[in-house]
Design a protein around this ligand. Structure first.
Ligand SMILES: *Cc1c(COP(=O)(O)O)cnc(C)c1O
Length: 399
């Protein structure tokens, strides 16, 4: 296999799908698109004088998120990482407890665990769903863990494993029924990192609403953005109450006095960001529709390729198609890297998947299972430009 021919083939496909002939400006991986709605909503917010941690756009934004996700409670916060941290704190994760997470995820998933002085325990991913491989994990637990007195223990470290965090990579999901049963069986809290999955469904239920808590991100590269931002979803009212409390300096509501009953965080989303997020949600149906069209277009163009296979949404999952990606058949990282270099030199800002987290210096000593699938995926995955605006469709098009 020749990397130059492979690059040429991929560049040709990208040109066709994205409808570009020559590249004047680099085509990014994922970018938001703003119009009058965002400017108007932001000016309205500024004119109201409420730009900070209270204001009507926060309520409006959370209300719209409830409608979209079906979550009983939504708490918006400053970013997806802080949402993950608060999710862990709300369930009462303790120092030195271990948490199962995939090695194949964005670093924030592990960082949030570290902020709580807990320990990421890396597990392998499934080559098709890109989420945790539960069969493999079940096997691993059989050999390496022990369930006693209602808790799962890591036999090697003798530490309690208290939670599992499935990550819905690129908007796709594993079998959510299975992970919930898995959580029950081993007494693990289930926290869904749904940062990439706003608009994604599993059996018609929104991702992030299955586990004890789910989290979203509205960073600039996600399917909608509030500049920076995140949210927690939970159907558990007492967890929601706790999350709200500790995200807003643990202040007891009072007409004028400053009473805080524990150490809290200042993580609530500012009204200004909520205004931007709210304006983006007005276009959400349109964005989601375009993302699906773009994914179908990619799928079609990769159908007959011998060098690439398009990673499609798994069974029972209706993905938001946040990021389209393909697998290349490469034995090593150097083939992948040369391909990426050629694509980026041409102007397509394609990206690899994340470096496996157990390879990063701060996580290299954390416990991990066999990661052979993740190692394969790291060599094989290339993410493709996926901004919704590559599909030309008027905002007022009836859907
Ligand atoms: C983006 C992302 C996050 C973190 O969100 P921020 O808003 O950037 O803090 C966490 N997990 C995953 C999988 C993400 O893609």
């Amino acid at each position: 296999m020749n990397v130059d021919h492979t690059s040429e083939e991929l560049i040709e496909i990208l040109k066709k799908v994205l409808e570009v002939n020559e590249i004047k400006k680099d085509i990014p991986l994922h970018e938001p698109e703003f119009c009058q709605i965002e400017s108007d909503t932001l000016s309205d917010c500024i004119n109201s004088n409420f730009v900070s941690t209270s204001g009507e756009y926060i309520e409006k934004f959370e209300f719209e998120l409830k409608k979209i996700t079906g979550a009983k409670n939504v708490v918006s916060v400053v970013n997806g990482t802080s949402a993950l941290e608060l999710a862990l704190r709300s369930i009462g994760i303790k120092r030195s407890e271990e948490v199962f997470i995939p090695a194949l995820t964005f670093v924030a998933t592990a960082n949030a665990i570290k902020y709580c002085d807990a320990i990421p325990h890396f597990v392998d991913s499934d080559v098709n769903t890109l989420g945790i491989d539960l069969l493999k994990l079940e096997n691993y637990i059989g050999n390496n863990c022990q369930f006693k007195n209602g808790n799962l223990y890591n036999k090697k470290t003798d530490r309690i494993i208290s939670a599992i965090m499935p990550v819905h990579v690129f908007g796709m999901s594993i079998d959510m029924e299975k992970i919930l049963n898995f959580g029950k069986k081993y007494n693990l809290f289930v926290i869904e990192d749904a940062a990439e999955a706003l608009g994604s469904l599993w059996r018609e239920q929104h991702l992030g609403t299955f586990g004890d808590v789910g989290t979203l991100s509205f960073n600039g590269n996600k399917i909608i953005t509030s500049g920076g931002g995140g949210a927690l979803l939970t159907n558990n009212d007492s967890l929601a109450k706790k999350i709200k409390h500790i995200s807003s300096t643990a202040k007891i509501p009072h007409q004028w006095d400053y009473i805080h009953d524990e150490v809290g965080w200042n993580y609530r989303m500012p009204n200004l960001n909520a205004a931007l997020g709210y304006a983006q949600l007005k276009k959400f149906k349109n964005i989601l529709y375009k993302k699906k069209l773009l994914a179908n277009k990619y799928k079609l163009h990769f159908q007959n390729s011998k060098n690439f296979s398009f990673i499609d949404q798994p069974k029972n999952c209706e993905s938001n198609r946040w990021l389209n990606c393909i697998k290349i058949y490469s034995k090593d990282l150097s083939f992948r890297n040369t391909l990426l270099k050629n694509l980026n030199d041409f102007g397509f800002r394609c990206r690899p998947v994340w470096k496996l987290l157990n390879k990063l210096p701060m996580y290299k000593d954390c416990p991990h299972s066999d990661l052979s699938n993740s190692i394969k995926l790291e060599k094989a995955i290339i993410s493709l430009p996926s901004s919704a605006f590559h599909i030309k469709l008027n905002l007022d098009t009836k859907l």
